[in-house]
Ligand binder design. Structure first.
Ligand code: F6R
Length: 616
């Protein structure tokens, strides 16, 4: 949450900062602001509540003659509402320094009391301004930005990425990281800082992931990284695997539309290079050794939101193929329940961003207990994969829309790969089942492409249903978490009450919700593959139809059994049962997008949300 960018160099500072913020806006869009050193050598700030476009308007109306030092911020409000005054940057040292922050300073009340006692007046309600003011006092005392910065960060509790610049230190930005993301971009005669590489990938693809409790200092020629005591830390650079084109909207109406369309490729790229001689081989897991995989007697998948539904689907696959009991826990519940873990437990985290605070803390907790940790992640060199014993990357490319789509299908794909790899290593998978699953996996991109092509009929449906106030989703087996995901998408971007249920649960309560005209999406399992489940779901359809539901059935092509009872039928390609979520979720994603559009909402930036939840 909150996007952060810093720049030193000869470029157009305001342009570098605003273009970085544009790419980071998905991290928060309550307000935005920049601070630059102007041609008089003073710190000049422009900031505004609302989306970045409002800041850009302000910068056009009131341009700032910037030299080559600046910081920029796009905010997801925590302390203090989304007002102009609370927007970052905040000032200290009588306006000589500017500071931006991502995270929460938990001891801010105590620090604020100290400032009150010292007679320092603050303008905003934010925890950030407290840090800016403290830093101001320290700079005045120490006479040196770096010394002052080190002493202030050591006093903070909570989570933070902080960037600061001072009038007396032109061409320098200092940054600190504690449990919030920070990356450096290495340029030629210029350097960058960002909450993620999107901040600077338009300028350089050479990046350095700053480690926990480190400070980065950038000047146009030099990047220095130290710990909080100032001891130098060695660092390695890596090349960002994608370019700006991948993170641009192209001709699409929204990032979400683009990303739904990219799913066949996301699935194919995640599988690519991981099938060798008829087996799934995941080179990234080789460091764990086959003995570790053979020895595992229980897997706990930890994740939040959409990623947790991917985890639930993965759990079916891993149990089916590797015969290891798998449970899925929400990351924020996991570490507070005193989980039973042993040296034979494996914790698999699933996270698109690799920075979700709840998941990161759960991974740290598992590491501290000596459990083997594997990360399924979409973001190269993010904190969670770096903190884990092994990382299996999904290759979905950058996901910008707040509502996750292609990352979800890529996460499920990665979990299928893990299930098949573990099944092969443990000898629990028959040669026949393995060959069939691998063929199915290889055919998935084409099947997903067919599901993507349901767009027009779904758009029509959403158009008719624009006034709908509540939608239910029913599924069984892997269709159950898919139903949960369909409901989450609708809540998130169309602000409609939606719930997903296990179809078998219907008569245990939820059927009371069915009233005349209640729309219900039903995910119908394949009659070829799962005849028993299929007939039970068809019975559920009859039960809800008899009570007035409007049934929208998602069926595999050729399944005519629901035609007499369904109001709408969406036909999907034939895939193996375990792979059904990858085709069934796509029309549900389209439905949420189209309903959001029909209601005139911002599909990519839904209210109150941010893409990367980096605070607990
Ligand atoms: C929903 C959505 C969220 C994320 C969740 C975890 O569309 O995107 O529910 O799935 O916040 O995020 P990551 O995967 O980055 O850990």
């Amino acid at each position: 949450m909150c996007g952060i960018v810093g720049y030193v160099g000869p470029g157009d500072t305001v342009e570098v900062l605003t273009s970085g913020l544009k790419r980071l806006e998905y991290r928060g869009y309550d307000s935005a602001g920049v601070a630059v050193l102007d041609t008089n050598g003073e710190v000049a700030v422009r900031k505004r509540s609302g989306k970045l476009a409002r800041l850009v308007e302000l910068l056009e109306a009131s341009p700032v003659p910037a030299t080559g030092t600046g910081i920029g911020h796009t905010r997801w409000a925590t302390h203090g509402g989304p007002t102009d005054v609370n927007a970052h940057p905040h000032l200290g040292d009588a306006g000589k320094l500017a500071l931006i922050h991502n995270g929460i300073v938990e001891n801010f009340a105590e620090l604020r009391a100290e400032l009150d006692a010292a007679g320092v007046e603050l303008q905003s309600e934010t925890d950030t301004e407290v840090v800016a003011a403290l830093l101001g006092l320290e700079v005045a005392k120490a006479g040196d930005l770096e010394v002052a910065f080190r002493s202030v960060v050591k006093r903070l509790h909570g989570t933070f990425t902080l960037l600061a610049m001072h009038r007396d230190n032109s061409n320098k930005v200092v940054a600190a990281r504690h449990s919030s993301p920070l990356v450096v971009g290495l340029g030629e005669g210029e350097n960058f800082l960002g909450s993620d590489v999107a901040a600077f990938v338009g300028y350089t693809r050479r990046a350095v992931a700053v480690e926990e409790d480190n400070i980065a200092i950038i000047t146009p020629e030099l990047v220095t990284i130290t710990d909080f005591d100032g001891n130098p830390v060695e660092f390695e650079e890596y090349e960002v695997a994608w370019d700006t084109e991948a993170a641009d909207k192209g001709g699409w109406s929204s990032f979400m539309a683009k990303e739904i369309n990219e799913q066949p490729e996301a699935v194919a790229n995640t599988v690519r290079g991981r099938i060798t001689d008829g087996h799934v081989v995941i080179p990234e897991l080789s460091a764990l050794g086959d003995e570790t995989i053979k020895n595992v007697d229980r897997i706990v998948i930890i994740a939040c939101g959409t990623a947790s539904y991917a985890g639930q689907i993965g759990a079916y696959a891993i149990e089916q193929w590797a015969r290891i009991p798998v449970e899925v826990q929400l990351s924020h519940e996991f570490r507070y329940r005193d989980p039973v873990l042993s040296e034979r437990t494996m914790v698999i985290s699933v996270s698109q961003s690799g920075e979700t605070m709840d998941t990161m803390m759960a991974v740290k907790y598992a590491n501290e207990r000596g459990v083997t940790t594997v990360s399924v992640c979409n973001t190269q060199s993010a904190t969670i994969p770096r903190e884990s014993d092994a990382a299996v990357y999904t290759h979905a490319g950058p996901e910008v829309a707040v509502a996750s789509t292609k990352a979800f299908t890529a996460q499920i794909t990665a979990l299928y790969l893990i299930g098949l790899h573990f099944g092969h290593v443990r000898g629990t998978l028959s040669a026949e089942a393995e060959a069939a699953a691998i063929t199915g996996l290889e055919e998935l991109p084409a099947a997903v492409a067919e599901a993507v092509a349901t767009h027009d009929e779904i758009a029509q449906l959403a158009h008719w249903m624009a006034d709908t106030r509540s939608v239910l989703f029913l599924g069984r087996h892997v269709g159950f978490p898919t139903a949960l995901e369909g409901a989450l998408k609708l809540k998130e971007i169309a602000y409609i009450h939606a719930e997903g249920f296990a179809a078998g649960e219907l008569k245990h309560g939820p059927i009371a919700l069915i009233d005349h005209g209640q729309p219900v999406f039903v995910l119908v399992p394949s009659p070829r593959q799962s005849p028993v489940m299929h007939s039970k779901v068809v019975s559920n359809i009859q039960e809800i139809r008899a009570r007035g539901a409007r049934v929208i059935a998602l069926v595999e092509k050729g399944d005519t059994s629901v035609l007499p009872y369904a109001d709408d039928v969406i036909r999907l390609p034939l895939v193996d049962s375990i792979f059904e979520p990858l085709v069934q979720v796509v029309p549900l994603q389209w439905f949420a997008l189209e309903l959001s559009t029909a209601k005139g909402l911002d599909v990519d930036q839904p209210r109150n949300l941010a893409k990367s939840v980096t605070v607990e």
